[in-house]
Design a protein around this ligand. Sequence first.
Ligand SMILES: Nc1ncnc2c1ncn2[C@@H]1O[C@H](COP(=O)(O)OP(=O)(O)OP(=O)(O)O)[C@@H](O)[C@H]1O
Ligand SMILES: [Mg+2]
Length: 453
Amino acid sequence: MVRKKKIEHVLIVDNESVVRKGISRALANRHIQATEAVNGKEALAHLNTRDFDLVLLDIKMEDMDGVEVLRQIRRKDPETSVVMITGYPTIATAVHCTKLGALDYLTKPFSLDDLDAALGKVRDKQTVGEKPSTTSIGIRQDSPKHFIVGESLPMRKVFEKINRAAPTESSVLISGESGTGKELVARAIHANSNRKDMKFVAVDCSALVETLLESELFGHVKGSFTGAHQTKHGLFELANHGTFFFDEITNLSLKIQAKLLRVIQEREFMKVGDQHRIQLDVRIIAASNTPLPEAIRNGIFREDLFYRLNVVPLALPPLRQRKEDIPLLIEHFLEKLSHKMKKPLPEISPEAVGVLKEYSWPGNIRELEHAIERILILEDTDIIKERNLPSYIIQQQGDLQIFPEDPITLEALEKKYIAFVLKKAGGKKIEAARILGINRKTLAAKINKYGLR
Ligand SMILES: Nc1ncnc2c1ncn2[C@@H]1O[C@H](COP(=O)(O)OP(=O)(O)OP(=O)(O)O)[C@@H](O)[C@H]1O
Ligand SMILES: [Mg+2]
């Protein structure tokens, strides 16, 4: 399927408001929506939150030059069309920008004809297939951008694996605790594969009703069962030539697992109630937050299917094992969310970052994202300080700080610690003695000695 690209929404990045307004007006006359950004930072923030069909990017800006912005756009989403705007054209910058993937450049002041010519080039950039869009239950339609933030060693290994695995056809099995970014990684693999222009279809295996799952996956023909009033294309057909993402794969019933295995082996399938075989060419990515070997031992997952899926295993480390990434992630979410909420971007104090770094993040990155969102909603401040953090985070921090900053005597520490455990135990001495591993008499004596009550 080859067709001209539609230009519906353009991001204009220029620090001169006359230029922005001029282009906006011209685009409005052409029924094209425009969003304006006054500098590189703002532009990247916009690009974080939505797709644009074209970015018109000024080369000279105060905060960050356009070439750097272009480089970042390329890194994040190589598909975005970019046309540079320049006041001082030099061959060097033009060549440089083209190398970096800019489609064209406009020299200020430019005419409407020049603008139209540039728009024409963007439209001619051929696009194949369509963006993912389905309406079935359990299927997500959003197409978030694939920015995976991280520079810790475990994440660098993940990036390397994504880069190696993406261009291949191999199945990838992503494992990791809830909220570690499994879906994000699956989308990144698709976006960096040869199938990137075809669909990415995500199915949450736990959100689908067992009885409907079969017809959802394989489709059905009219009259194949009560209620099948029309022939329906299944998700496999929809995802054909693209990538199929099975989320929470351990929630598939054994019956469907058997079917899936057959489909993967035979590379063809039939609609429910149909004899006609359909060739299947999909890349399969699966994810699970319960370890599959355990599910196999418990008899709820087929071992043979596991081997089919686990060609490239990709384990995402929990956030507590890559604390170095926390400051970066905080920055990322502050920018992304403040922009989304149309709030000014606040700063965050090093102390507050320190507390967030020490928290254990049982809900991983999703929990961090929600914590930042909550701070942005509830706290009206230019600088986020410790006291603006959610209380459960500060609480845990207090709990962990059994060692005071200035060293004290063992006795003084014992007093503090016993007081802490007593509080934890809700004042119950039996419970406190159990936690401390001493008998009740000893505890009573120490409470007396230290005057704790
Ligand atoms: N490294 C990362 N950089 C930036 N954002 C991230 C990163 N990892 C995860 N996120 C964000 O955190 C949220 C949770 O990620 P995602 O949905 O991919 O996790 P998951 O492992 O699929 O979770 P679950 O097991 O609960 O389904 C998303 O909003 C995602 O964009
Ligand atoms: Mg998920």
